[in-house]
Design a protein around this ligand. Structure first.
Ligand code: GCU
Length: 619
C-alpha cells in the first residue's frame, strides 16, 4: 500500500477507532436493504388509534394489562371464544385497514390533526433462515417515535421521523404467521428534533417503506465509495457480524477496471483507495454518470449505483469537479403533488416533483428541506442530475441546552450521512434552519459541524441563517452576522424582504448585500400566492400578481449580491402548514409554492424559469 493510501487509511482508520468516543459509534446501517433478500412489509396493515396510550399503561399508570396490550401475540376473537369472560378492549385483527407506507392523514380525514399514539399490526410469513443467516426489521421512516413488537416481544424503539432504523429479530422470527405490531406516537416533544412548533404538517405514521431483511452471518453493513480531491477512488467498507474483523473484502467497478481488495481491521473496517482511471466520467448535472459498484465479502455481495465527482470551495466560489458553479435551485418539502398528500413518496411522485425542477425550471439544484427526505428522492436526483442540499430538522427553537436533544440531533445527522453518503447528488449537509443565536445554540451546532467533518470530508457544510439588515445613508445593506459563519463552508441566507417586511417591492432591487469571503446562497426567499387569485389593480399579498413581481424584484436584487453562488427559493409547491389559517388564501396550506398542490404553475414559476435559462446560457 503506497504512502498516500497509508495516510488516508490511517486517518480514516483512526476515525473508526475514535467514532465511539465521538458518540458516533456506527450503529446498524444496513445499506441497500432494499436489494437484500427478505420480505417487503409495505401493503395492508390494521390500525387502531390510542389517544390515551391505553396499550402502554393502566389507569393508575402501571403496566398495561391483558386485554389492553395491542402487541400481545393473540387472536382476540379466538381467545374470547375460548374464554367468554375475558375482557378485551381492542382487536387488531378486526380493526380498520390502511395501505402503508402513508401518513395516517391518508387513512381517514378526521385524523389530519391527530397527534398521539397509533397502533399498526400485520401478519407475515418468513422464509426459513439457513444456518448462520440473520434477520432484521428495517423501517425507512416512522414519525415520530416507534415501539416495535414481534410475536408479542418488544424488539426495539426509535425516535426521529426522517431516518431509517433496523433491529435484529433472528431469534424472535418464526416460519409463519409472524405478528408485527408498531406503536407510532407522533406527539412532538419539547426536547425533540424538530421542536413542537414548525411550519409544516406533522404527518404522523409509518411514512416510508419497511421490510424484513435477511443477511449472512457477517455482511457488508456499509460501503462508502467516493472520488477524493486528490483524484483517488476511495472506499470505506464496514462489515457487521462475528467474522467482521480481519476479513477479505473486494470492491469492483467493472466499467472502470477498478478492483480494490484488502482485509478489514479490528473494527471490521476496510479503507482502500486507488488512482481514478482516465476513463472516469465524473458525475455532474449535465452528465449524471453512475457506475455499478460491487462489494463482496465471503458469500455476501452488495451493489450500488454511484456517481463520482468532487465538490469544494475556493474563496467565494463553489467548485464542482474543479469548475465554478451557480446553484439554480428551489426548495422542497417531502410531499407529493395532489389535493390530499400523505407524505408518500414513490419513484413516480419523486420524478414528478424533480422533473419540474430539472426540465420545468431548468434548475440544477434542490434544497430538500427541513429534514432528511426519502432515499428515493436522492436516488432520483442522482439519476436526473440534480445537486442536493440535505438537512436535519434542527429548526427554529430547539432545546439547545439539553444533552438529550443534542444526542438526538447527532444521531439523526450520523444516520442521514451514513444512509446517503454514496449519493453523488448530495453536495451540502445542513445542520440548522433559522436558529436564534445564543451560546448554547452555537455549542450545539459547532458539535454538529464537527460531526459532519468526522463522518464525511468529501462534502460541504452549511446552515440556513437569519439575515442582518442595516440602513446606511438611507441605503438598505443586507448581510449575515452569525458566529456560525466562520465554521461553515457555504453561508446560506433566508431572506424575505418584501414579504415579511413592509418594503415596497420596487425598493428591493436597490438593496445591497455585503460581500462574503465564502460562497453565499439564498436558501430561502418567497411570497405566498393562492393559485388563480389575481389582483392586478391592488396587487395585494397572496395574489399571483404580487408573487410574480416579488420574484422579479428579488431576483434583480440577487443579481447584485457580489458573492452569491446559488438560490433555492421557498418553495416548489404549496404544502400543508397548520400555522397558515387564512380562510380564503391558506386553509392550512403555505402558499409560497411556484406550483399549486396539484402542480398548476403560477406566473412566478416562469419568472424563475427564465432567470435560470439566462444563467444557464451565460455559463
Ligand atoms: C421560514 C422557514 C420555512 C417557512 C418559511 C415561510 O424561513 O424556514 O420553514 O415555511 O420561512 O415562512 O413560509
Amino acid at each position: 500500500m503506497g504512502m498516500a493510501k497509508k495516510t488516508l487509511a490511517g486517518a480514516i482508520g483512526a476515525l473508526a477507532l475514535l467514532a465511539p468516543a465521538l458518540g458516533l459509534t456506527a450503529p446498524l446501517t444496513l445499506t441497500r436493504a432494499d436489494t437484500r433478500a427478505g420480505v417487503d412489509l409495505s401493503g395492508t396493515w390494521r390500525y387502531s388509534v390510542d389517544p390515551y396510550r391505553d396499550g402502554l399503561a393502566g389507569f393508575h399508570r402501571g403496566p398495561a394489562g391483558e386485554g389492553h396490550r395491542r402487541y400481545d401475540d393473540v387472536d382476540v376473537d379466538a381467545v374470547t371464544r375460548a374464554k367468554p369472560n375475558a375482557l378485551y378492549e381492542y382487536d387488531m385483527d378486526r380493526s380498520p385497514t390502511a395501505t402503508l407506507p402513508q401518513g395516517w392523514i391518508g387513512h381517514d380525514p378526521t385524523l389530519r390533526y391527530y397527534q398521539g399514539l397509533m397502533w399498526y399490526q400485520r401478519r407475515f410469513d418468513a422464509p426459513a433462515l439457513k444456518p448462520g443467516q440473520r434477520a432484521f426489521l428495517r423501517f425507512e421512516a416512522v414519525n415520530y417515535t416507534a415501539k416495535v413488537y414481534l410475536n408479542g416481544k418488544a424488539v426495539g424503539e426509535h425516535e426521529g421521523g426522517f431516518t431509517p432504523f433496523s433491529m435484529e429479530v433472528t431469534d424472535t422470527l418464526r416460519a409463519s404467521n409472524n405478528q408485527l405490531t408498531v406503536g407510532v406516537d407522533s406527539t412532538p416533544l419539547a426536547d425533540g428534533v424538530p421542536p413542537p412548533v414548525t411550519d409544516w404538517e406533522n404527518y404522523g405514521g409509518i411514512t416510508r417503506p419497511m421490510r424484513l431483511v435477511i443477511t449472512p452471518a457477517t455482511f457488508v453493513d456499509e460501503a462508502w465509495v467516493r472520488l477524493s480531491k486528490d483524484g483517488k477512488i476511495a472506499a470505506t467498507i464496514r462489515l457487521n457480524g462475528p467474522e467482521a474483523a480481519g476479513r477479505e473484502v473486494r470492491v469492483r467497478i467493472g466499467e472502470l477496471g477498478v478492483a480494490l481488495a484488502g482485509r478489514t481491521d479490528a473494527n471490521g473496517v476496510l479503507n482502500a483507495a486507488v488512482a481514478a482511471p482516465r476513463s472516469l466520467v465524473r458525475w455532474s448535472p449535465e452528465t449524471p454518470r453512475l457506475y455499478d459498484v460491487v462489494v463482496e465479502t465471503g458469500e455476501d455481495r452488495l451493489t450500488d449505483r454511484i456517481g463520482l465527482r468532487t465538490i469544494e470551495t475556493r474563496g467565494s466560489e463553489i467548485l464542482l469537479n474543479g469548475k465554478p458553479i451557480f446553484l439554480r435551485g428551489i426548495s422542497l418539502h417531502e410531499e407529493e403533488f395532489g389535493e390530499n398528500p400523505t407524505r408518500t413518496i414513490t419513484e413516480a411522485s419523486a420524478r414528478a416533483l424533480l422533473s419540474e425542477v430539472k426540465q420545468g425550471l431548468h434548475g440544477n439544484f434542490v434544497r430538500l428541506a427541513h429534514y432528511p427526505h426519502s432515499e428515493i428522492m436522492t436516488r432520483v436526483a442522482d439519476e436526473m442530475g440534480l445537486l442536493v442540499w440535505s438537512e436535519i430538522p434542527v429548526y427554529w427553537l430547539v432545546d439547545f441546552d439539553n444533552p438529550r436533544t443534542l444526542a438526538l440531533a447527532r444521531g439523526m445527522l450520523a444516520d442521514n450521512i451514513r444512509r446517503d453518503r454514496n449519493r453523488a447528488s448530495i453536495i451540502l449537509w445542513s445542520v440548522a434552519n433559522e436558529t436564534p443565536i445564543s451560546a448554547p445554540r452555537n455549542r450545539f451546532l459547532y458539535q454538529l459541524i464537527d460531526d459532519v467533518r468526522a463522518l464525511d470530508d468529501s462534502r460541504l457544510v452549511t446552515a440556513a441563517l437569519l439575515t442582518d439588515r442595516k440602513t446606511v445613508d438611507g441605503q438598505v445593506v443586507m448581510g449575515l452576522n452569525d458566529p456560525l459563519a466562520e465554521r461553515l463552508d457555504v453561508l446560506a441566507a433566508n431572506t424575505y424582504n418584501g414579504w415579511y417586511s413592509n418594503d415596497a417591492l420596487d425598493a428591493l432591487p436597490a438593496m445591497t448585500w455585503r460581500a462574503t469571503d465564502k460562497p453565499m446562497v439564498f436558501s430561502e426567499f418567497g411570497a405566498d400566492a393562492l393559485a388563480g387569485f389575481t389582483d392586478p389593480a391592488l396587487r395585494r399579498k397572496f395574489s399571483e400578481d404580487f408573487q410574480k413581481t416579488y420574484y422579479e424584484k428579488t431576483l434583480a436584487m440577487a443579481d447584485k449580491a457580489p458573492t452569491l453562488r446559488g438560490i433555492s427559493p421557498w418553495i416548489l409547491k404549496d404544502f400543508r402548514a397548520p400555522r397558515r389559517q387564512h380562510p380564503i388564501y391558506q386553509q392550512g396550506w403555505n402558499r409560497k409554492g411556484l406550483l399549486s398542490p396539484t402542480g398548476r404553475r403560477k406566473p412566478a414559476f416562469y419568472v424563475l424559469r427564465d432567470y435560470f435559462k439566462a444563467r444557464e446560457a451565460a455559463r
